[in-house]
Design a protein. Structure first.
Length: 428
């Protein structure tokens, strides 16, 4: 469906009109797809013959999901698998919408409820993250006593600490974390932030008291280590609102990657940076083109889905060497478009997914980095209301600790559920 730029602006300013036009677009796409592919009518999912669903986590009256692709729901022993259960909402959640935290015990196959949270969103859940490699300790964000906080909890022994600030990413030792302003993020990237309450953007284009925060989880200190005013130097006068999105430590915890985003001429732009955990040694890996999702391959290399300057404008998979101009294309024509990538524990396999195709199917795949070969794991149907804000549901695939199973969030059965896929035979 093609519209003029002027008409497009009018449509986008009217939320109801925009949603109606967008839904019509998806309906038309579905109709055209099924006219060409009648065998797919009614199909919910399809798996590679060497892949099977080994288990599923669900609740008949609620959504069940984990969140983002950059964390594993399995603890180090692979006995416990975390999940989040939330109400069947039709909008972005507020602090009044309680999420229930639970785990699947693989020893007996039973689900157990162990907590609750009022700080969650549709894309990343409440940031469930395992902290301790030796014991089942995990952390998550919550809203308590009028503020967003980090909760550190043992599966059986209960809450160990409540830290007075929410986290985004944690180093390997669980001693420090990085964070950002989740209220600001809600305004500028809905689906990733939390209920902003009375926080207003107004003309806070580049606030000097906002940016990346370092959390000392032992001494309970919070420090602004990299202000937006520093990140945006040189482009601040040409744009409007700036913010930070997607922060991640490298495996050893001595470098951090993040995205700097801003609105320029009505469009969202992205730049990718790395830095030391104290905010120094800032290095810009990509300041033109665009970048969407990333993952560390090792301590020195980052894989990102991005569009490079001078390219055809489409998203591809590139491997960036930190603090260097070296960039390598991965996958050639077999890996195109945006996705949510992560490497298997042994580093041989790249796991990723796609956004819905014309018929509404999200594809799940792995790429063999040794043989340069892509293998399809399967595809999952996305009902129209889950293809866009506010309820958009990505597969967000994650590896288990041994590299034998994959966990995805999918809505092909009408609501969010977690599916565990056994991929052992496919990897042989």
């Amino acid at each position: 469906m093609v519209v003029s730029e002027g008409l497009d602006r009018i449509i986008r300013k009217n939320d109801l009109l925009f949603r109606s036009v967008r839904r019509l677009y998806f309906v038309m796409n579905d109709c055209l797809y099924y006219l060409k592919n009648p065998k797919d009518i009614g199909k919910k999912y399809e798996l590679n013959e060497n892949v099977s669903i080994s288990s599923m986590i669900q609740n008949p009256r609620r959504h069940v999901f984990f969140g983002y692709y950059d964390k594993s729901p399995w603890d180090s022993s692979e006995r416990y698998l975390l999940y989040l259960s939330v109400p069947l909402l039709g909008a972005h959640p507020t602090k009044e919408n309680k999420g229930i935290i639970g785990y699947l015990d693989n020893a007996d196959g039973k689900q157990h409820v162990i907590g609750k949270t009022r700080a969650w969103n549709w894309q990343q859940g409440c940031m469930l993250h395992w902290v301790d490699e030796k014991s089942p300790v995990f952390m998550y964000n919550d809203h308590r006593d009028g503020r967003y906080v980090t909760v550190i909890q043992h599966i059986h022994q209960g809450i160990r600490k409540v830290f007075p600030y929410p986290f985004y990413t944690v180093n390997k030792d669980g001693t420090e974390a990085m964070s950002l302003n989740f209220k600001r993020l809600h305004h500028l990237r809905q689906g990733y932030g939390y209920d902003p309450g009375d926080y207003k953007l107004q003309e806070k284009y580049i606030p000097s008291d906002d940016g990346i925060f370092r959390l000392d989880l032992k001494d309970e200190k919070v420090e602004l280590i990299l202000p937006l005013t520093e990140i945006s130097k040189g482009i601040g006068d040409k744009s409007k609102h700036h913010w930070v999105n997607h922060i991640k430590y490298n495996p050893s915890g001595d470098r951090v990657v993040f995205l700097h985003r801003y609105i320029s001429n009505g469009n969202r732009s992205s730049r990718m940076f790395t830095m030391k955990p104290d905010g120094t040694d800032l290095y810009c890996l990509l300041d033109r083109g665009f970048v969407s999702h990333f993952t560390w391959k090792n301590d020195e290399e980052i894989l990102a889905t991005s569009g490079m300057p001078g390219d055809d404008g489409s998203s591809k998979y590139y491997l960036f060497e930190d603090k260097s101009d070296t960039v390598t294309r991965i996958g050639k024509d077999s890996l195109r478009g945006d996705g949510h990538p992560s490497f298997s524990p042994d580093g041989r396999w790249l796991l990723t997914d796609t956004y819905p195709d014309q018929g509404g199917f999200r594809k799940l795949m792995i790429y063999d980095l040794e043989d340069d070969e892509k293998h399809d794991i399967g595809r999952f149907y996305n009902p129209i209301k889950y293809r866009h804000d506010p309820l958009e549901c990505d597969l967000h695939p994650r590896w288990d600790r041994s590299g034998e199973r994959v966990c995805v969030d999918s809505v092909h059965e009408g609501r969010r559920k977690m599916y565990i896929l056994d991929v052992c035979e496919l990897l042989k």
